[in-house]
Design a protein around this ligand. Structure first.
Ligand code: SAM
Length: 331
């Protein structure tokens, strides 16, 4: 079988699937306080439709799937979707990205359904700051969700993703470093990207991975790089000199990794996006809901992948904002 490749020779292996555009947070860098006009139920792919697209995508070369949103766990019975996807032959990795608020009650069902990897987004360990950035005073629920995960060791690794924002994150860099050393969490800092629905992003708000690394190294000494086996890995990962703890830096703005990008995205309404910053989408839902067969679906995915964007152009005159916010695309 021909590999799934784009016209620049990148092999595409990973698909992020948004299961809903709704979210129970209103993070200032993502969604407006009043929310967004939500998709109608009929527009959203059913679990069977998601499984169908996933199965065809895996049959032509996708190996990893990550469920995201919006907040994926607000959609009813996500463990059922996990169970459906787990049974796809050829799928090597299935994970979920969540804000963690519903994990206390869902971690067990997710583990039992066969989920083995998870990313929890957490931008502050301080109650007031957490409430400010998410516009929800619910830090304790996220921490309870993380604690619950510790009872389900089959879900491993547990990655904590924090968006790095200048004037907001610096004072907590060492606390997050400590968290990664005291718990079995891999903490990853991600640079703030121009994907906020409010369009408030300014270049000056970016706190780069290099700056955060410097703060950590001032306290702990030089970090030790962890060599990744996966060339498409987005994070540059490090451990500490004593080997305890792990921090990673996802630097899409200061050190773009488009050249090794192996990702595509499926929105909750069935649109295939070949770049986070794509301005065009391919309507897989229309194909699925027509009487076209799997071969037609597979060919459409191949065609879309072939035309995958070269890079995102953030910081360049050619940069164009994406036509949807991160919550609509599926981060
Ligand atoms: N609700 C889930 C969560 O919180 O992880 C999944 C969806 S959320 C859109 C996925 C990730 O995108 C989160 O880690 C979030 O912090 C990140 N994100 C959203 N907007 C962003 C932006 N403008 N820049 C960088 N990361 C962003």
């Amino acid at each position: 079988m021909e590999p799934l490749v784009d016209s620049y020779g990148r092999r595409i292996k990973s698909m992020r699937i948004s299961v809903t555009d709704k979210c129970n947070f209103r993070c200032t860098y993502c969604m407006p306080a009043e929310g967004l006009p939500w998709l109608k139920k009929a527009e959203i792919l059913s679990y069977e439709e998601i499984e169908h697209i996933a199965r065809v995508a895996v049959s032509i070369g996708i190996e990893q799937i990550r469920l995201t949103g919006g907040e994926p766990l607000v959609r009813r019975d996500v463990p059922e979707l996990v169970r459906l996807l787990r049974s796809i032959e050829g799928l090597h990795s299935l994970s979920v990205t969540t804000n963690g608020i519903l994990l206390k009650h869902q971690a067990r069902a997710l583990a039992e359904a066969g989920l083995t990897r998870i990313n929890v987004s957490l931008d502050s360990l301080l109650r007031e700051k957490f409430a400010k950035v998410t516009r929800r005073d619910q830090l304790e629920h996220v921490l309870a969700g993380l604690e619950e995960l510790e009872h389900h060791p089959s879900i491993h690794p547990i990655k904590i993703n924090a968006v790095a924002m200048r004037g907001f994150s610096e004072e907590e860099v060492l606390d997050f470093a400590k968290l990664s050393r005291n718990k079995a969490y891999s903490v990853r800092w991600i640079e703030f990207m121009p994907l906020d629905a409010d369009q408030a992003w300014r270049k000056e708000d970016i706190l780069t991975g290099a700056e955060i690394k410097q703060i950590i190294e001032t306290e702990y000494g030089p970090l030790v790089p962890i060599i990744s086996k996966d060339p498409a890995e987005t994070a540059r990962r490090y451990t500490f000199t004593d080997g305890r703890g792990e921090v990673g830096f996802i630097n899409p703005v200061s050190e773009p990794f488009c050249a090794s990008c192996d990702r595509i995205r499926l929105t909750a309404d069935g649109q295939l996006r070949t770049c986070l910053f794509a301005t065009e989408e391919t309507d897989l839902r229309a194909i699925l809901r027509s009487d076209a067969n799997d071969e037609a679906l597979a060919n459409t995915i191949r065609q879309a992948v072939w035309h995958k964007e070269l890079k995102h152009y953030i910081g360049d005159k050619r940069f164009k904002r994406a036509n949807r916010s991160m919550s609509m695309i599926g981060g």
